[in-house]
Design a protein around this ligand. Structure first.
Ligand code: AMP
Ligand code: ZN
Length: 446
């Protein structure tokens, strides 16, 4: 069976042939740690975890390296820390450390609850500063970057094929993009490798003064450090929003610092996720975090729901979809537990190997016998242990509504012994009732 992957570099589906089948190398841009991850951020985490598992299945567990970084230097983090430090009257740099450490801790918990394996390596930007400074120096020495007013900028005119991933010429980019025009830039598309920091911003000493790296440089340096300088990786992934400028700029930096050695051979991008038909945004109030969903839904249900869409397609995340996902998993887990005998079916594997066609793979599972169902679920990262669903299985909404009605009847008849019994019985199942002016509502106890 041949694994085929859609490569953004060529815009086509290609056979995946690793440089070295005993050492398959993948890098995925990880979270910027300043706020809870939303369900859109869960998409690359789950999609590339499925790819990681598939690669391990094909090449062996010991032969795949998956690196997912942690962006803990970013101006959004600085802004959040400054705001909170002011509220609480504490030093901004202490606040910053607290925010990034705590956000990352929650992120790890969230992605683990979604059934994702830990990545092989999780480099942090703050721990790769010397590599970033060294790469910046190399780019200046090679004539690809210049220092100006405490900044160091990458000179896009120094790279002949700049724009090869986005498939746009520099002129088109200038015409189409909102570019920061700054007096120290030679070309409006030149981007920051290094910038100066004020005293209350995180900063490191460098030949260009105290400052901090640009976001794109962070990834190039972390890739270099996780693998080795000039080593071409097999797969580089992230959400489609990262293709330009982030990934284009990673390519520019890494290739120019490494005498043209390609950064990655296959570029993969997941499509965007909307919520109930709308773009997720804080202002629309439909910004759903993984953390709050996990309060009401088993992680496996969220994972399954995600995989029902093809990763490159835009996806609409809905409650109705999650309910369907839960029902399917419940039926399947009842059939496949305990997971004593399993094997991966041929047509299932063909589907996942066809550019991670998980909707087709799931359709195959609907037709499969118990052993192949168990094997397919396993490969997609599910462990059909009933308690994975049972922890929140109490949310049988019809049953709860019925119990609330029975309790209301008992209360009307002043049978408080019975109404208390019903309330306590629900509580024992983890359902808390709340009596309010417009009736009784319920929620799942955390
Ligand atoms: P960030 O923490 O914003 O850098 O994003 C982490 C990852 O989540 C990146 O790969 C983004 O492309 C991806 N991402 C962000 N929002 C969405 C979304 N709504 N749908 C799918 N992927 C997303
Ligand atoms: Zn990146």
């Amino acid at each position: 069976m041949t694994l085929r992957l859609h490569n953004t570099l060529t815009r086509t589906k290609e056979d995946f042939v690793p440089q070295d089948p005993t050492n398959v190398r993948m890098y995925v841009c990880g979270p910027t740690v300043y706020d809870f991850a939303h369900i859109g951020n869960a998409r690359p985490a789950i999609v590339f975890d499925v790819l990681f598992r598939l690669l391990r299945h094909i090449y062996g567990e010991a032969h795949v390296t998956y690196v997912r970084n942690i962006t803990d230097i970013d101006d959004k983090i600085n802004a959040r820390a400054a705001e909170r430090a002011k509220d609480r009257n504490v030093p901004v740099l202490d606040m910053l450390r607290e925010i990034t450490a705590e956000t990352y801790r929650v992120y790890q918990e969230d992605v683990a609850a979604l059934g994702n394996l830990p990545a092989t390596l999780t480099p942090k930007a703050t721990e790769s500063i010397p590599g970033m400074i060294a790469m910046t120096k190399a780019l200046i020495d090679g004539g690809h970057a210049y220092a100006a007013e405490g900044h160091v900028l990458f000179d896009v005119s120094s790279k002949r094929d700049y724009g090869k991933l986005a498939k746009r010429s520099v002129d088109d980019m200038i015409a189409g993009a909102r570019v920061d025009v700054a007096p120290y830039k030679k070309n409006p598309m030149d981007f920051v490798l290094w910038k100066p920091s004020s005293d209350d911003q995180p900063g490191w000493d460098s030949p260009w003064g105290r400052g901090r790296p640009g976001w794109h440089l962070e990834c190039s340096a972390m890739i270099e450090e996780s693998f080795s300088p000039g080593e071409t990786i097999d797969i580089h992934g992230g959400g489609i929003d990262l293709m330009f400028p982030h990934h284009e700029n990673e390519i520019a930096q890494s290739e120019c610092a490494h005498h043209g050695a390609p950064l990655a051979r296959y570029w993969m991008h997941n499509g965007f996720l909307n919520v109930e038909g709308e773009k997720m945004s804080k202002s629309l109030g439909n910004f759903v975090t993984i953390h709050e969903l996990l309060a009401d839904w088993p992680g496996d249900v969220l994972r399954f729901n995600m995989l029902r869409s093809h990763y490159r397609q835009p996806m609409d995340w809905t409650i109705a979809g999650m309910r369907e996902s839960w029902n399917t998993l419940e039926r399947w887990y009842a059939r496949t537990e305990p997971l004593a005998n399993w094997r991966v079916g041929e047509t299932f594997l063909e589907a996942v190997s066809d550019d991670l066609n998980t909707p087709q793979a799931i359709a195959e599972l609907h037709q499969a016998g118990d052993e192949e169902l168990a094997g397919g679920l396993r490969l997609l990262g599910f462990n059909p242990a009933p308690e994975r669903l049972a922890s929140k299985k109490i949310v049988d909404t019809v049953e709860i509504e019925r119990a609330i009605e029975a309790r209301n009847t008992a209360r009307k008849a002043k049978d408080f012994k019975e109404s208390d019994r019903i309330r306590d019985e629900l509580l024992a199942q983890g359902i808390v009732l709340k009596d309010g002016p417009s009736g009784t509502t319920w929620e799942v106890k955390r």
